[in-house]
Design a protein around this ligand. Structure first.
Ligand code: CMC
Length: 435
């Protein structure tokens, strides 16, 4: 018996086809040969929301959702979070291997070289209304960088791609910090390249009149860990947007803006903001049972719970819980944590959540830490977008170098009316040209 094939018999014609199986998948295009007659287009698969479709081959991130495993380039997320800096992990995700000492120095210096924004970009940010949402400012400003770097259009040139990747990783934290300062009406703070990536980000967020910003090392390390945990997550909604837009050969600033727009939704990165709103609305532990009943009745969702891929505890949520303990030693305990812990306890024992394998995801605890650090909920998704930029760009680069990839263009099953005609007496629109 050949174990690497799928044998299919078409009940409509009685014909049998043999389709090769490679890496646990058949090629959708192999189904096209299955036809009822010569005029038939051929068989397609129908997969709304890509529940069971691999759109690419990727060597970046591995997830085993049933066992709660996440690895970047083969390294377990737990080891990377414990022993690496964010820029080391960014290098790993982008290049496939951890940097050596000299490579790391060089990489850090390249990123630092690109932290400044063009002054016109600063002015562009100034144009937003005082109450603009930071995530929407980030999306629009990243897109606007495309006007500053027209050379980014040469997406088929690997060297050029590399330059834009470094630019984006350098500049996104600066844009993020400026959106924060803008929403508070504070002057923008220029990057301080003496500082490490997360400490410099803190400087641009929180520096006031002191001559040199001194980042609290525990908070800086916690931010670095949170950045590592959020850096990539294979083919999620925003990465899929990055790849779809990138496949048209649009420049990476526009593609990252599209990915960030996808991230902003409450079912994706916007969930961390919603978790905080949910915890605030629950208010105290006594109100949890009533809230859970509403979730079970389908009236509400338990935000920060559930995942398309994880049907087990999200490994990132476990590390975030540990990080929260470190942060609270500096900031004091966030009272929302007690509500979250109780909510998790009740949910994990409840038949509704157990049956559906709904566990806390990365967004359940991250907002509580961000709030303890002093961020308002509308900044949370921006904090997610900074590290995820690395993942988006790694996927974009992989896509551009993949000879199998083409412009992304799914098929549809048309369900509209058959051909019909306008009434014969409907007059033709005529435009007369004045001479
Ligand atoms: N609260 C209550 N019920 C839920 C939840 C939830 N958070 N998530 C899923 N369910 C139920 C859902 O109603 C369905 O029940 P039934 O079978 O009776 O219809 C079942 O569980 C399966 O859910 P689904 O909607 O088919 O699952 P999905 O894979 O399409 O959606 C999800 C995944 C993450 C969008 C969803 O779980 C959700 O909306 N969660 C809340 C939002 C959230 O926390 N998002 C962050 C995801 S992780 C980080 C990221 O990607 O950005």
């Amino acid at each position: 018996m050949n174990t690497n094939v799928l044998t299919v018999t078409d009940g409509r014609t009685g014909k049998t086809y043999t389709l090769p199986i490679d890496k646990g998948a058949i090629r959708a295009m192999d189904l096209r040969q299955i036809k009822v007659d010569a005029d038939d287009f051929g068989l397609m698969t129908y997969d709304p929301a890509f529940m069971n479709t691999a759109s690419c081959q990727s060597s970046i991130t591995y997830i085993d959702g049933d066992r709660g495993i996440l690895r970047y380039r083969g390294y377990p997320i737990e080891e990377l979070a414990e022993k690496c800096t964010f820029l080391e992990v960014a290098y790993l995700i982008l290049n496939g291997d951890l940097p050596g000492e000299t490579q790391l120095k060089d990489w850090i210096s390249q990123v630092k070289h690109h932290t400044m924004l063009h002054e016109t970009t600063k002015k562009f940010l100034e144009g937003f209304r005082y109450d603009a949402h930071p995530m929407e400012m980030l999306v629009s400003t990243v897109a606007a960088l495309s006007t500053v770097y027209p050379d980014a259009r040469h997406v088929l040139d690997p060297e050029n791609r590399r330059k834009q990747i470094v630019r984006l990783i350098g500049k996104v934290p600066t844009i993020a910090a400026y959106t924060y300062r803008h929403s508070l009406g504070l002057p923008y703070i220029y990057p301080d390249n003496d500082l490490a990536y997360s400490a410099n980000f803190m400087n641009m967020l929180w520096k006031m009149l002191e001559p040199k910003y001194l980042a609290n090392p525990v908070i800086a390390r916690a931010l670095s860990i949170l950045f590592i945990l959020h850096a990539d997550h294979e083919q999620n909604c925003s990465t899929n947007a990055m790849r779809a837009v990138g496949s048209s050969q649009a420049d990476p600033f526009l593609a990252v803006a599209a990915a960030a727009a996808a991230l902003s939704g409450p079912l994706h990165g916007g969930a961390n903001e919603e978790v905080l709103r949910m915890l605030d609305s629950i208010g105290s532990k006594d109100n949890i049972p009533a809230y859970i009943e509403q979730v079970k009745a389908g009236k509400l969702k338990l935000m920060g719970f559930g995942h398309r891929v994880y049907k087990n505890y999200d490994p990132r949520a476990r590390i975030i819980k540990w990080t929260a303990d470190q942060v609270f030693q500096v900031t004091g305990r966030n009272p929302n944590l007690d509500i979250a812990l109780e909510l998790e306890k009740i949910a994990l024992e409840d038949e509704y959540f157990v049956k559906r394998k709904l566990y806390p995801n990365v967004d359940f605890y991250s907002g509580i830490i961000y709030q303890a650090m002093g961020f308002k909920p509308d900044m949370f998704t921006v904090l997610f977008a900074i590290p995820r930029t690395v993942g988006w760009l790694a996927h974009w680069n992989e896509l551009m170098a993949d000879p199998e990839q083409k412009i992304a263009r799914p098929r549809q099953i048309y369900t509209g009316p058959e051909q019909r005609h306008l009434p014969a007496d409907k007059p033709t629109i005529r435009v007369s040209v004045m001479v």
